[in-house]
Design a protein around this ligand. Structure first.
Ligand code: ZN
Length: 160
C-alpha cells in the first residue's frame, strides 16, 4: 500500500543541514513510525512521502518554512539569572523545556553575562533547510486507537 492519510509509515532517515552535518538519524535505533496526515513530522517531509511505498528511497530538501519554521528574533530575550534554579550551572548551548500558552517548547541558552541570561525560544532547527535521506520500511493502516490518539502505538511509536 501507499502512504496516505491515516496510514502508518515506518521510515529510516538521516537528517543533514546545508553544511552536510548529520543532525539526526535513525541509523542506531529502530526506524521511526509516524501517523501520516496528522502533523507528526515536519510538513515538507510529510508531503514528500505522500503516495510512496515500502522500499522507496528518496532525498527531500525541506525549506525552513516547511520544516521547523523561520527564526523569530522576538523569541530571543534576556532574563535574570534568578529565573533559573540556583544549583544549576547555566552555560551557553544548554537547552531546557519551557511551558507557555503555545505548549512545551525548547529554549536554548545563548549567552550568560553577569546576572543576565540571553535565551532563545526558537526551535534549534528554525531557519535551517532540512536535507532528508529517507528509506521507507513499511506502510500499514492505522488502528482506531491510533487515529483517536493522533499518534502511533507500539514499535517505533508511543508506549503508554
Ligand atoms: Zn496514544
Amino acid at each position: 500500500m501507499q502512504i496516505g492519510k491515516n496510514s502508518v509509515a515506518t521510515i529510516h532517515y538521516t537528517l543533514r543541514n546545508d553544511n552536510g552535518d548529520v543532525i539526526d538519524s535513525s541509523d542506531d535505533r529502530e526506524p521511526l513510525a509516524y501517523l501520516h496526515g496528522h502533523g507528526n513530522i515536519v510538513p515538507g517531509l510529510e508531503r514528500a512521502l505522500e503516495g510512496k511505498g515500502a522500499g522507496d528511497k528518496l532525498q527531500v530538501k525541506v525549506a525552513a518554512e516547511e520544516g521547523y519554521g523561520t527564526r523569530d528574533e522576538r523569541l530571543v530575550q534576556d532574563v535574570p539569572r534568578q529565573a533559573f534554579p540556583p544549583d544549576v550551572d547555566i552555560v551557553p548551548g544548554m537547552q531546557f523545556h519551557a511551558q507557555s500558552n503555545a505548549g512545551v517548547h525548547t529554549v536554548t541558552v545563548r549567552e550568560v553575562s553577569g546576572d543576565s541570561v540571553k535565551i532563545d525560544g526558537n526551535h534549534p532547527l528554525a531557519g535551517e533547510a532540512l536535507n532528508f535521506d529517507v528509506t521507507i520500511d513499511g506502510v500499514r493502516e492505522a488502528t482506531e486507537e491510533e487515529l483517536t490518539h493522533g499518534h502511533v502505538h507500539g514499535e517505533g511509536g508511543h508506549h503508554h
